[in-house]
Design a protein around this ligand. Structure first.
Ligand code: PAP
Length: 335
């Protein structure tokens, strides 16, 4: 829990930060609240920018820290569920009576570190600390993000068109909760394409982790939503190995990998009472549990984007990712 000393220091820091943040460029907040600010190249709500500064000032990285990092709507909920099930499988091995059957994955892990650090003394947490984050890698202190860092990052990304469509739906749900008129698909696409989206630009966010994963694969595990959908067991094993918790032969024989895959699948989680009930609020984000589950498909963008819109997005993606070795299957196609 927070110590009063830590809170005092933060209160002083925050006054100074407020003044500095007020001078930064502002951009559209799709959720309809206070505008985002452009902080070190990324568009963040003010509270998250403050969180970044507090991470720099107060977080002492530990070799055992694991950051579960995502660009929003790329598979955060899924990654949290999988990581929780993998890490806690010795204490939660009964898959008929598992915390994920009665709690939303967001409620089983810490809130986003950039929000959490604002109110709680993170140094009092026991190791290993598993911290979710939506921050770009470059926003973390060098002591955490550099190739020589002992910290590990697990990053999941998703093709930009599905990410965009998922974010547009989600933000309009938030607007409805606040009784703000919906954001049109066209306006959202214009904003996304210019990089002005929650934690965006999307492409810069993804590339930061991609490049780091090539330079230091032991520090950064780079996963794609589409790969996980296609071969979940393969990537659950990879994730467990990366976390230094590989499945034993005995576990393999017992089918634990498949049990985790099934437990964390969209089909299973989205049909649970806890994730369907609109009245349950998620502590971390203040939104309904059901908002994190929509279709869970690859290629749903084709039901929303015109060929022109899809083409424009593809062109940006090709330009941004050219020469990096990163690409996404372009399935489905407009013929
Ligand atoms: P967040 O970053 O705000 O926490 P996140 O979980 O990344 O959200 O994104 C939600 C998307 O993941 C939704 O995609 P859709 O809008 O295209 O449907 C949601 O349906 C999908 N999703 C949630 N849980 C799972 C899961 N267990 N497996 C696959 N997809 C999932």
């Amino acid at each position: 829990m927070a110590t009063s000393k830590a809170v005092d220091v933060r209160a002083k820091d925050i006054e100074k930060l407020e003044e500095m943040l007020a001078r930064l460029p502002k951009g559209k907040n799709w959720a309809g609240g206070e505008e985002l600010i452009q902080y070190q190249g990324f568009w963040l709500p003010k509270e998250m920018a403050k969180g970044v500064m507090l991470i720099h000032g107060h977080l002492k990285p530990r070799p055992t820290d694991v950051i579960l990092s995502t660009y929003p709507k790329c598979g955060t909920t899924w990654l949290k569920a999988l990581a929780f099930a993998i890490i806690n499988r010795s204490s939660h091995h009964d898959f008929q009576n598992h915390p994920l059957l009665t709690s939303n994955p967001h409620d089983l892990l810490l809130p986003l570190i950039e929000r959490y650090i604002n109110s709680v003394d993170i140094e009092t947490l026991p190791s290993p600390r598993v911290c979710p984050s939506h921050l770009a890698l470059s926003l973390f202190p060098n002591s955490m993000a550099a190739a020589s860092s002992p910290c590990r990052f697990v990053y999941i990304c998703r093709n930009p068109k599905d990410t965009f469509v998922s974010m547009w739906h989600f933000m309009n749900k938030l607007r409805r909760l606040k009784q703000v008129p919906p954001l049109s698909l066209e306006d959202a696409l214009d904003s996304f394409s210019k990089g002005v989206s929650f934690c965006g630009p999307y492409w810069d966010h993804v590339l930061g982790y991609w490049k780091a994963s090539l330079e230091s694969p032991n520090n950064v595990l780079f996963l794609k939503y589409e790969d996980l959908k296609r071969e979940p067991s393969v990537y659950v094993r990879k994730l467990a190995e990366f976390l230094d918790l590989p499945f034993s032969e005995e576990e393999e024989n017992e089918g634990i990998v498949e049990k985790i895959v099934n437990l964390c699948s969209f089909e299973n989680l989205s049909n649970l009472y806890v994730n369907k009930n609109n009245n349950i609020n998620i502590k971390a984000a203040g939104v309904n549990t059901s908002h994190f589950f929509r279709k869970g498909q690859v290629g749903d963008w084709i039901n929303h984007l015109s060929p022109e819109m899809a083409n424009a997005m593809d062109q940006i993606t090709q330009e941004k990712f050219r020469g990096t070795g990163l690409n996404f299957d372009s399935f489905p196609h407009y013929s």
